[in-house]
Design a protein around this ligand. Structure first.
Ligand code: GLN
Length: 315
């Protein structure tokens, strides 16, 4: 990407990547306004990163890098389009990514996306959408925006978001729903919203450690057609390659296997070292709450599992 290249007609930034399968993971900034190269071509996989300046609180931009890497490593050309607020959202993308953000930014993003309409058209075409936390909530029917006001989402997921009793902050582990083909989902969460699924949405998984949707049923995330929502930050797709490949496959079909040895090692570390420690803290917090006067000032509502519930393989 050349920072001196001209702006795109839409004002959206395009970062285009060669179809060289040997290309390494680029850490070049891709959200610099005004930087652009010509599109890779109409056959390129178009990944649209939506409003990273509003939605991207916890490294969620990494999800775009992960998808690009995993496509390129299979010889798939990628066009990464980064759209900032005020710029039109292209309707012809293949995969759209929305990250997390504070209530005010989330509310602004929802208003702007509804007014723009590009992402709604894309969803109507069957494009894949992946929303994290604020991005998840705003894909739904309603969420609580600034000052707790019930705010209309995009209506693309049959979910409604209310408030948790206490904010969920901490590491999270969820078992994928049976038959999903996904591996254990890992990452961390930080949200005040409690999300309830309607009949048209299915959960992505069931929480073993953490809170997830906080719906009283132990569910985490939602999927409806090609629209995905989750409370996993991390970035979610770096820690959960099977989920990344699910999104890619929905756009390009069957995928060749990748050597994920490095990622598997990272997942093993999280599953065997980090998450058991989270579970231990959660167990202590629950014990403390049972004591007279307990439960005050224990901080988060994070860990809900026991150590024995944590698996010992990368899964
Ligand atoms: N503002 C939302 C909430 O607190 C989303 C938070 C986030 O994206 N991390 O529930």
């Amino acid at each position: 990407m050349s920072p001196d290249a001209p702006s795109s007609p839409s004002g959206a930034l395009r970062e285009d990547v060669s179809d060289d399968a040997s290309v390494s993971l680029s850490t070049a900034p891709f959200d610099r306004p005004g930087a652009e190269q010509p599109p890779t071509g109409k056959d390129a996989l178009r990944i649209v990163h939506v409003y990273p300046h509003l939605l991207g609180t916890y490294g969620d931009a990494g999800n775009a890098i992960v998808l690009r890497y995993r496509a390129q490593a299979r010889g798939i050309a990628v066009e990464l389009v980064v759209v900032q607020p005020g710029e039109p959202v292209p309707s012809q993308g293949d995969i759209y990514l929305l990250g997390g953000g504070e209530d005010a930014k989330q509310t602004a993003a929802a208003h702007e996306l509804r007014g723009d309409g590009g992402i709604l058209t894309a969803a109507g075409r069957g494009a894949a959408l992946f929303g994290i936390c604020a991005g998840y909530q705003l894909l739904g029917e309603t969420f609580l925006g600034v000052g707790g006001a019930v705010t209309a989402g995009l209506g693309l997921l049959d979910v409604r978001t209310d408030r948790l009793e206490s904010r969920a902050v901490g590491n999270m582990l969820a078992r994928p729903v049976a038959g999903s083909g996904l591996s254990d989902l890992i990452g961390f969460e930080n949200h005040g919203g409690a999300t309830v699924l309607g009949p048209d949405a299915r959960p992505l998984g069931h929480v073993a450690i953490g809170v997830g949707n906080g719906d009283g049923r132990g569910t985490e995330g939602a999927v409806q057609g090609n629209v995905y929502g989750t409370y996993f930050h991390g970035p979610a797709l770096a820690l959960n390659p099977a989920l990344a490949d699910r999104l890619l496959a929905s756009a390009v079909g069957e995928l060749a296997p990748l050597d994920d040895a490095l990622c598997d090692a990272l997942r093993r570390h999280r599953l065997q070292e980090v998450l058991p420690a989270t579970a231990r803290v959660g167990r202590l917090q629950r014990l403390r709450r049972r004591l007279p006067g307990g439960g005050r000032g224990t901080g988060t509502s994070g860990a809900t599992a026991t150590l024995s519930e944590v698996p010992t393989s990368a899964g």
